[in-house]
Design a protein around this ligand. Structure first.
Ligand code: R5P
Length: 299
């Protein structure tokens, strides 16, 4: 697949290397300079093929990572690219997919427009927060589920005892359901509410199943401030869970979330490499490469 350039955005260099290797495609590096005022400068000196795949996750600093993605796409177009696919493993702003409180901007709609305007034809992401955002990507968005990979990690590496899968909220039932079917175990959903103004999370302590002595796996699309997982872990610990694991696609882990999750009884955090770092234990590169082969109809 040498006729495709896989371009390593500054936020996803390791993932890009893995994908280029899987596809036997040319890896193009990007050089990043961040000036003291926070502006980014991207330099690409390698020759670019007509088909380009840009790998750039948009975890914090989200705005900078988004702008860097747009800059890379612009450079590809200027270099003669005809077909650009952006792999954005963690898609920032996907949670603002509607107006929740009067006066808000639907940020993901704007992000989708910017991506399209710069000439990106197709977007692939992993576990988009909700499907509501998908239609904003007029030229096409592929949403890859990390659940089979996370579940495979759980069954092969975690030595779980009497596991129970737990969704921290009703919005995650489908995800947790898929995960529990792969583990062939049961699943419960907690009842979460969040104050839209303060962001404070509350979780109802009533659980209609005995989880005492069982290993609980909290599964979510992302851990951001950790508020959801922390409150959920506190409830599970109170109810006698043996071990508590937090698994997610995207481990942003802001605001000292790791310390707080551990203090709430969390034993470990397992995430994908949509965001590089200590908790990125599950590699997405093979699944993304297979999706790219499908997109480009390659064997
Ligand atoms: C909410 O609906 C999401 O699925 C996550 O539970 C949430 O975004 C995680 O955010 P935080 O870690 O700040 O609670």
């Amino acid at each position: 697949m040498q006729q495709i350039s896989v371009i390593a955005g500054p936020a996803s260099r390791d993932l890009a290397e893995r994908i280029a290797k899987n596809l036997d495609a040319k890896l193009v590096n990007t050089e990043l300079k961040v000036f003291s005022d926070g502006e980014s400068k991207i330099t690409i000196t390698d020759k670019i093929e007509q088909k380009c795949v840009i790998i750039q996750s948009t975890y914090p600093p989200a705005d900078s990572h988004i702008l860097q993605l747009l800059m890379i796409a612009k450079k590809c177009i200027d270099g003669g690219a005809q077909d650009i696919c952006a792999i954005i493993p963690y898609l920032a702003y996907a949670r603002q997919d509607r107006v929740f409180l009067e006066g808000e901007v639907v940020s993901i709609a704007l992000i989708a427009k910017l991506i399209e305007a710069v000439g990106i034809k197709h977007v692939m992401t992993v576990d988009i927060h909700s499907k509501v955002a998908v239609p904003y990507f007029a030229s096409g968005l592929t949403n890859i589920s990390s659940i089979p990979l996370l579940a495979n990690f759980a069954t092969s590496k975690m030595n779980l005892q009497k596991p129970i899968v737990v969704s921290p909220d009703a919005g995650g039932i489908e995800r947790a359901g898929e995960f529990s079917r792969i583990l062939d175990t049961d699943m419960i959903s907690l009842k979460k509410s969040r104050d839209r103004k303060t962001g404070d999370v509350k979780i109802d302590e009533n659980i209609n199943i005995n989880i005492s002595g069982r290993d609980a796996i909290l599964i979510d699309d992302m851990i951001s401030s950790g508020g959801s997982i922390i409150r959920a872990a506190e409830v599970l610990q109170k109810k006698g869970a043996e071990k508590i694991y937090a698994m997610c696609a995207h481990a942003l882990l802001l605001d000292n979330a790791v310390r707080k999750i551990k203090a709430a009884g969390g034993n470990d955090i397992i995430a994908t490499n949509s965001i590089p770092g200590e908790w990125a234990k599950v590699d997405l590169s093979h699944t993304i490469s297979e999706e790219l082969k499908n997109l480009y109809a390659l064997a």
